[in-house]
Design a protein around this ligand. Structure first.
Ligand code: SF4
Length: 325
């Protein structure tokens, strides 16, 4: 699989599966045979409707969940087999920014203690003064200030809390951050500010992001490449440019057609692709293409054979029988 070039490969995900047993004969296939790589300094957007497995995929990639099968390799080491110093180093280099800035920050801790938790765990400050200075620098970096350090999180707005969450992630000088729907819980007016902050920090610090979101609109702005997931599988993966200019998978086409266009003339005349029904259950999913129940192009083969993710043009991968060679 060739990929958009940035730096060296930092994360390699090979045929990853994450299943949950949810009953005597029921298996929920949250992530089913997903493969991709992430290069240093790039952002890969991972998009799909709720329940498609994107968050489970991201969290399994950073070792928060055990895997069922496949492999996740971070800088040449298998994530689920890390031990001792390697595991500690991984816990420092790989951070997460959560969706809900209300639930993910301890209301009984001051902002300074929340941000400095990782600094303390990893022994990154030798003195109290150095610890304080690091906290002040981090607050400034994310657009807050020194005076915020001794306050509690309930005194802040949603956007400010997410900035605190970002400062906490940055405190341990990470290389790779899983951004787990970091803007979904925020007002639309605040979303762009947080995305712009993440872009600025990436440029300054050379960070790599796996950026999870449920719609394609804001992801375009931050992602070098975008992967679309549907019911546990990756159905399309490409550079942002190609994916938005020429979506190939019928599901991606429908998702993109739902994004409003600011120009009223174009918006009035363009065709919307309506997706009928909800995402089917990932428990005991049927054979063949999992999108077939909602796809207007479905034919016999779609119900029998699962389409593989194949490169149909340079840097553009699609899992759909419409593009079988
Ligand atoms: Fe539609 Fe068939 Fe392609 Fe699936 S494989 S998206 S059902 S045309």
């Amino acid at each position: 699989m060739s990929e958009a070039k940035k730096g060296d490969v930092i994360l390699e995900v090979k045929n990853l599966k994450k299943y949950f047993k949810v009953g005597p004969n029921a298996i929920l296939k949250a992530v089913d045979d997903v493969s991709f790589v992430l290069r240093e300094g790039e952002t890969l957007g991972l998009v799909g409707e709720s329940g498609c497995g994107k968050t489970t995929c991201g969290r399994t990639c950073i070792g928060m969940y055990d895997k069922t099968d496949g492999e996740v390799i971070y800088k040449g080491q298998k994530v689920h087999e890390l031990k001792g110093r390697d595991k500690t180093n991984f816990a420092k280099e790989v951070q997460i920014i959560f969706q809900d800035p209300y639930a993910s920050l301890n209301p009984r801790m001051t902002v300074a203690d929340i941000i400095a938790e990782g600094i303390d765990i990893h022994g990154l400050a030798k003195t109290k003064e150095e610890r304080n200075q690091k906290v002040y620098d981090l607050l400034k970096l994310v657009g807050l200030n020194k005076e915020h350090a001794n306050r509690f999180v309930h005194e802040f707005s949603g956007g400010q809390r997410q900035r605190i969450g970002i400062a906490r992630a940055l405190a341990v000088e990470p290389k790779f951050i899983l951004c787990d729907e970091p803007i979904s819980a925020l007002d639309v007016s605040i979303q762009a500010q947080i995305v712009n902050l993440l872009i600025k920090l990436q440029k300054e610090m050379g960070l790599t992001y796996l950026f999870i979101a449920h719609d394609l609109s804001m992801v375009k702005h931050i992602s070098d490449r975008v992967a679309v997931m549907y019911l546990g599988s990756m159905v399309e993966l490409s550079t942002s440019e190609k994916l938005y200019a020429k979506p190939m998978h019928p599901y991606t086409q429908a998702l993109l057609s739902a994004i409003p266009i600011p120009d009223p003339e174009i918006e009035k005349n363009r065709q919307r692709i309506m997706l009928e029904g909800d995402v089917p259950s990932p428990i005991n999913p049927p054979e063949g293409c999992r999108f077939k129940a909602r796809c207007k192009h479905a034919t016999d083969i779609c119900g029998k054979v699962t389409p593989k993710l194949v490169e149909v043009e340079p840097e553009h991968f699609v899992a759909c029988h419409l593009f079988d060679k």
